[in-house]
Design a protein around this ligand. Sequence first.
Ligand SMILES: C[S@@+](CC[C@H](N)C(=O)[O-])C[C@H]1O[C@@H](n2cnc3c(N)ncnc32)[C@H](O)[C@@H]1O
Length: 417
Amino acid sequence: MPTPDLDRARAALAAGDAVAAEAALRGAPPSAQALALRAGVEAMRAEPAAEASARAALAIDPGCGLAHRHLAVALIQRGDPAAALRHAERGAALEPDDPGAHEVVAVAAAGAGRFGAAWDAFVRVAALRPDDATPWRNAGQVALAVDEHAAAAHAFTQALARAPTLAPALEGQARALAALGRDADAAAAWARLAALDPSRADARHLATALAGGHADAPPPGYARAVFDANAARFDELLVDRLQYCGPALVRAALADRAPFPRALDLGCGTGLVGAALRDRCAHLTGVDVAPAMLAQAARRGCYDALVAAELIDFLAAGADRFELVVAADVFIYVGDLAPVFAALAPRLAPGAAVAFTTEAGAGLTLARTGRWSHGGDHVAARAAAHGLAVASRTAATLRREPSGPVAGEVWVLIAPS
Ligand SMILES: C[S@@+](CC[C@H](N)C(=O)[O-])C[C@H]1O[C@@H](n2cnc3c(N)ncnc32)[C@H](O)[C@@H]1O
């Protein structure tokens, strides 16, 4: 039978106050409830002892819902979400009216890749806490993770009805609406987020792009924000899922040229171009604006030097010259090529090659994706302004997105001798 002290400990735990819960438990006899609550305190502090405390509680009372729940939390922390889910479900069956029990089911299910079960559990939490935006936000994020965009948009709408300025819900709603092709609504969601948080350059930029607006360049900080956030899964996303092949295309375009004494990889990212061209370059420098991408490139070990810098700033700041400059899948995040080529021209050795990819288009167009396409007219005019001759221009598929193959071009320009 719970005592007032155990009730106090349980209330403190539910409120996230481990110190008060521990104080209330002091001196409590070692009942199943007391041990289960102790497991909760330990789990909240990520202490491995939580698992043993929860199992001790279950040895006394195998039907203790709180012990199953806190054992589940301990198992999530130990990295075993499948086992956690079994105990979480048992805990929720024993305490069906406690939203905390369903929350643990949701987290365990998401960890185990059971996104349908995670969605159901978050919706159950939402029903038990009708004024709380958080379970709807979490449900939306689960739905987004499995590309269930209509469900995600519904969940984020519910979250925003309860907390209109909840930034992760606004962002999730913008992404879900964009995936559903509701560009104007998605643009409005990004614009609301940008108004709430002026530091969100990505929100501002995507609001413009989805509203069909024009820009010559991204807002400062845009590429860094996007790529720092995605660096850890860039290779898996681009190469494995989207079959990105920019580096191989650039290598093929340069195949009949002599090796390069000094080469520069602009927007080197995680170093895929370095890996593709290393054997053709005596000295290879990588430059990128996103430090998290550079950290991946450093791990790859294909560069003689890596520099964290915006590429135009880097080009304008130095004087060394290069026989090869590469930019694979980079100018689509830069926009107008006039300032790039102006900064690049003085850094090219006589007869140097400049190899890069573009997304195919006409003129300079900001697409709904937030990336730019460059028409042949734009590239040729900007190149000619600096005496760069077009040596080759090859149509190619750059990657395969869920919406279809992305048509691009691989360019090689040659500097005056
Ligand atoms: C799509 S990734 C391509 C990476 C690499 N070139 C490849 O082919 O795998 C684009 C990279 O360009 C970088 N980038 C975009 N705009 C940049 C800028 N203005 N200055 C420096 N790096 C930039 C990003 O941080 C990102 O790492």
